[in-house]
Design a protein around this ligand. Structure first.
Ligand SMILES: [Zn+2]
Length: 284
């Protein structure tokens, strides 16, 4: 999965740090990221690349995390009026799905998630005053009323339903591949409650033997995906109840297509069922 970057180690511990020339930085504008173009490839720029054009860049840089000994920063250029030098371009963040080396994909989407949060936490949600960075943790603080805003992470479940020979998959109108049932956790719910509710709401089925598998930070949508396997309980008739779903049906294990990539927990779980390894996942 995209966060599996071993042997590299991701470290998100909060600290205040000044960038070195050899450190990476991200400049985002909406869903675009600044990259350095070199021989047809997209590279993540370093501070040594931009300092000649913007000597005060470190004043606009926020340390966000490190991977091994490489530090990563967000740079806010919205007040700086920077003219991009030639050899640099803004590209859609979809490039993070294929960026090399692989650990930079995870760095890129995680940085973008934080960028969106900083943008959304510019003002206090309680009193409307401008917020400032906390000096002790990853948070935004309102100097007026004391309200504290932490990076927003939305838990969601994803579930592979099987009946001993088949896997249930669904397709929504905006996505061309069949996928697993998924949905956000709502107030007052355990993950297992969400699994039962989402399945019933979307395809009208009941399940039992709900087993936790793994979780995945999915920064593209600010989500923490929590994966489960579940067994069909009773009637196997699929009834589409969610207007966003175009089709949902049972796939015999032999009929399941091999996974298209290894980035998401969804693809990994589909592959686990295709190889019939889901029966090894037990309740702890
Ligand atoms: Zn406030």
């Amino acid at each position: 999965m995209i966060q599996d970057i071993a042997p590299h180690r991701f470290n998100n511990a909060f600290k205040i740090q000044t960038p070195l020339y050899s450190d990476h930085f991200f400049i985002f504008r909406g869903n675009q990221v600044l990259v350095k173009k070199q021989g047809g490839e997209n590279l993540l720029p370093l501070f040594s690349d931009i300092t000649p054009y913007w000597p005060e860049v470190s004043d606009a840089a926020r340390y966000i995390f490190s991977i091994d000994k490489e530090n990563f920063f967000l740079v806010d250029e919205s007040q700086a009026n920077i003219v991009l030098p030639s050899g640099y371009a803004l590209e859609n963040i979809a490039l993070f799905r294929t960026l090399e080396p692989q650990y930079l994909r995870f760095a890129g989407i995680t940085a973008h998630q934080l960028y969106l949060w900083y943008e959304q936490s510019a003002f206090c949600g309680r009193c409307g005053q401008p917020m400032t960075d906390s000096t002790i943790e990853r948070a935004r603080v309102c100097p007026e009323c004391g309200y504290i805003n932490y990076p927003r992470i939305s838990p969601a479940i994803i579930v592979a339903i099987t009946d001993g020979q088949r896997l249930l998959m669904a397709k929504n109108s905006s996505y061309k591949h069949f996928a697993l049932i998924a949905g956000f956790v709502e107030f007052g719910e355990t993950f297992e409650d969400t699994v039962r509710r989402e399945i019933y709401e979307e395809v009208g089925l009941r399940v039992k033997n709900i087993r936790y598998y793994k979780s995945q930070p999915w920064a593209f949508s600010g989500t923490e995906m929590v994966g489960f396997f579940a067994d069909l309980d009773g009637d196997d008739t699929v009834t589409l109840r969610d207007h966003e779903l175009q089709e949902a049906r049972w796939f015999a294990y032999d009929e399941i297509p091999p996974s298209v990539d290894h980035l998401s927990i969804a693809q990994e779980m589909i592959e686990v069922v295709r190889q019939r390894r889901h029966t090894l996942v037990k309740n702890s």
